[in-house]
Design a protein. Structure first.
Length: 83
């Protein structure tokens, strides 16, 4: 159950951050900060819920997936508004 909680938080939070990140030019400080902004939340949550280290790659993968989903969703929204 703890793995599911952290997984949902990692994915959801990074979807939001990915949508926000598309506003900034690549490789700027803000862009970099938005990529890594979920780490200070996910790591303490993982430690507090006593989740085994074997799930760390899953959380990283879900964070990356969330970033891509957020970017894709925002691009689609921008494209639909332009017509």
């Amino acid at each position: 159950m703890n793995v599911l909680i952290i997984s949902v938080i990692a994915l959801t939070l990074n979807i939001f951050l990915g949508r926000w990140r598309i506003r900034y030019r690549k490789f700027t400080f803000t862009w970099w900060l938005l990529i890594h902004a979920s780490i200070p939340l996910i790591i303490p949550l993982r430690i507090w819920l006593n989740t085994p280290n074997v799930y760390i790659p899953l959380f990283i993968g879900l964070a990356v997936l969330g970033q891509f989903i957020g970017i894709k969703h925002k691009r689609k929204a921008i494209k639909n508004k332009s017509f």
